[in-house]
Design a protein around this ligand. Structure first.
Ligand code: SF4
Length: 369
């Protein structure tokens, strides 16, 4: 921890006048992707006769070196991951089909030694390429930074408290070293800490994470360990449900987060999202399946409600799959979804989809900061 403290002080000093998160011309690609997303929404809503999702979410591997209690996925490691060649083919098709951005995740994506090529395949199609990692291999397997626009690193608390939540001794220090490394070698990449709010951390640890991000000059996104799903088959298999906070507790935490955001902590959750949680709302009209396609590591496209496979793209062209009755039907069924997920970008993206002014306004504010 001594090492981390020293490092943080140095970084704090360096950041006083020169934040890496200031608006620069390099971010034009980001705006292109946002405008492209809006164009796709208009096309999908008013012109196309079929759904045209534009976010490609890919679990590049189901293997992980962590063992987090709240992991959805760790009991489903029985499939073979797609090969690099298969992934390259699918991303190429995704670019042609109008997907504007990708998010590459896992499992732990950096366990794949070919992850740099995977990121490159996404980046080369012009998709705004994001990845999510637990931060363990940031230095060993780092070259993906050349082809990644934005990286999320899970950080739920500071120091050993984080290591305990993620069940990996030394993880926090490795994250700090990895972040510093990437800031130096890949200065254009946006770096986010992604802090999962659950019963495993409290507001005091959350505030420490916000301070950490400010000192490190990186951005912060809070995600919530709340599924609203009740997967009977998973009961007893993980701590997902037991670590969920009730709406009342979440509301209190987000009231505090709203205050932190006002005090210029680098929090990038939208006001729209924050207010929804503070107001303890339990329903919004979700359009996530119309916006995002989720591909499991073996090439199955998943439906979000129960994460069951709908159709595989492993041996079939993506263009054919996107026009198949199975895929279109899945999207139409979820138009009536009542689950109101808040653990991903579904809430924000759905607000944009409906052109709701509070969502547009608060996301635009984030975009220009
Ligand atoms: S609320 Fe949205 S993201 Fe969640 S399961 Fe329903 S359609 Fe999917």
């Amino acid at each position: 921890m001594l090492k981390t403290g020293k490092m943080l002080k140095q970084v704090q000093h360096d950041n006083l006048n020169n934040s890496r998160n200031q608006m620069t011309l390099d971010r034009i690609k980001y705006f292109r992707h946002l405008l492209g997303g809006i164009k796709e929404v208009i096309h999908s809503r008013f012109i196309s006769k079929r759904p045209r999702p534009f976010t490609f979410s890919h679990m590049v591997t189901n293997k992980c070196n962590g063992n987090c209690d709240f992991c959805f996925w760790k009991h489903h490691k029985d499939n073979e991951d797609l090969s690099l060649k298969e992934i390259q083919r699918i991303y190429k098709e995704a670019g042609k089909e109008g997907y504007m951005n990708s998010i590459l995740w896992g499992g732990e994506p950096l366990l794949r030694q070919d992850f740099t090529e995977i990121a490159k395949a996404s980046y080369d199609t012009g998709m705004y390429t994001k990845m999510a990692t637990n931060g363990w291999f940031l230095k060993e397997n780092h070259e993906f930074g050349k082809y990644t626009d934005l990286m999320f690193i899970s950080i739920d608390a500071i120091g050993e408290e984080h290591d305990k939540i993620r069940k990996l001794d030394g993880l926090f220090n490795r994250c700090v070293e990895g972040i510093e490394f990437h800031k130096i070698h890949y200065p254009k990449m946006r770096i986010y800490a992604c802090c999962t709010i659950s019963a495993a951390n409290d507001f005091s640890s959350i505030k420490d994470v916000a301070k950490f991000c400010k000192d490190m000059d990186i951005l912060l996104y809070f995600t919530i360990n709340k599924s609203y799903h009740n997967f009977e088959e998973w009961n007893g298999k993980n701590g997902f449900k037991t670590l969920e906070l009730e709406n009342e507790a979440l509301s209190e935490i987000f009231r505090e987060i709203k205050n932190l955001k006002k005090q210029d902590y680098p929090i990038r959750n939208s006001d729209y999202f924050i207010q929804y949680i503070i107001d303890k709302k339990t329903y919004y009209k979700c359009h996530w399946p119309q916006i995002a396609t989720v591909m499991y590591s073996n090439g199955d496209l998943l439906r979000c409600g129960d994460r069951k496979p709908v159709i595989s793209v492993k041996d079939r062209p993506l263009s054919e799959v996107l026009r198949s009755p199975e895929f279109i039907n899945m999207i139409n069924v979820y138009k009536e979804c009542k689950l109101s997920c808040v653990g991903n970008y579904a809430l924000d993206a759905s607000g944009l989809w409906r052109f709701e002014w509070p969502a547009i306004k608060s996301l635009a504010q984030i975009a220009i900061t």
